[in-house]
Design a protein around this ligand. Structure first.
Ligand SMILES: [Zn+2]
Ligand SMILES: [Zn+2]
Length: 173
């Protein structure tokens, strides 16, 4: 969906316009991976003319992505709230005066492209199905949330051993 901003760029300073726009974004891509968008609200936009050829774009939306728990790989419905404020300029204004505006196509704003950018910025660094997810067993692959499997998963880590030595040494003093 392209939103033509020609009128707003040309209107008097301070002019505001509210618009609710349903995006057509079906998937979110971070360049490496693609995630299904399960649900989304329309984007609530507030456009404000700041000066000739310069418009502030504020907006909010919510999307639900289908992601995977980073510990057990189960599907997780990850809700992401987006809230942004960006200044964009018309093609006649030098780009230094604007924020990154890869989502602008001439005088028009590409809603899907903007939304994809904003989801990327709001993406959680770690997705978990629940805060205390126990993950899967590295030996047999069992989902440890369903119970212990009895495998010996102890992997001696030389760094941990060193820390233990220091700890024990301190205790003896
Ligand atoms: Zn999990
Ligand atoms: Zn196991």
């Amino acid at each position: 969906m392209l939103v033509n901003l020609t009128e707003l760029f040309a209107s008097e300073a301070g002019r505001k316009e509210k618009r609710e726009i349903s995006s057509e974004l079906e998937v979110f891509s971070n360049g490496a991976e693609t995630y299904q968008i399960l649900r989304k609200t329309p984007v609530t936009f507030l456009f404000t003319n700041l000066a000739a050829g310069k418009v502030r774009v504020e907006g909010e939306a919510e999307v639900v992505l289908e992601m995977q728990c980073s510990r057990c790989l189960k599907d997780v419905e990850q809700e992401i709230r987006i809230s942004f404020m960006l200044d964009v300029v018309s093609p006649e204004i030098p780009l230094e005066e604007a924020d990154d505006q890869t989502f602008m196509e001439g005088y028009s704003l590409n809603v899907e492209s903007l939304l994809n950018n904003e989801i990327l910025m709001s993406l959680p660094t770690k997705v978990l199905c629940r805060p205390d997810c126990k993950g899967i067993c590295r030996v047999c692959g069992k989902d440890l949330n369903l119970g212990e499997c009895g495998c010996d998963t102890f992997v001696p880590d030389p760094r941990m051993a060193a820390i233990k030595d220091i700890f024990n040494a301190n205790k003896e003093v």
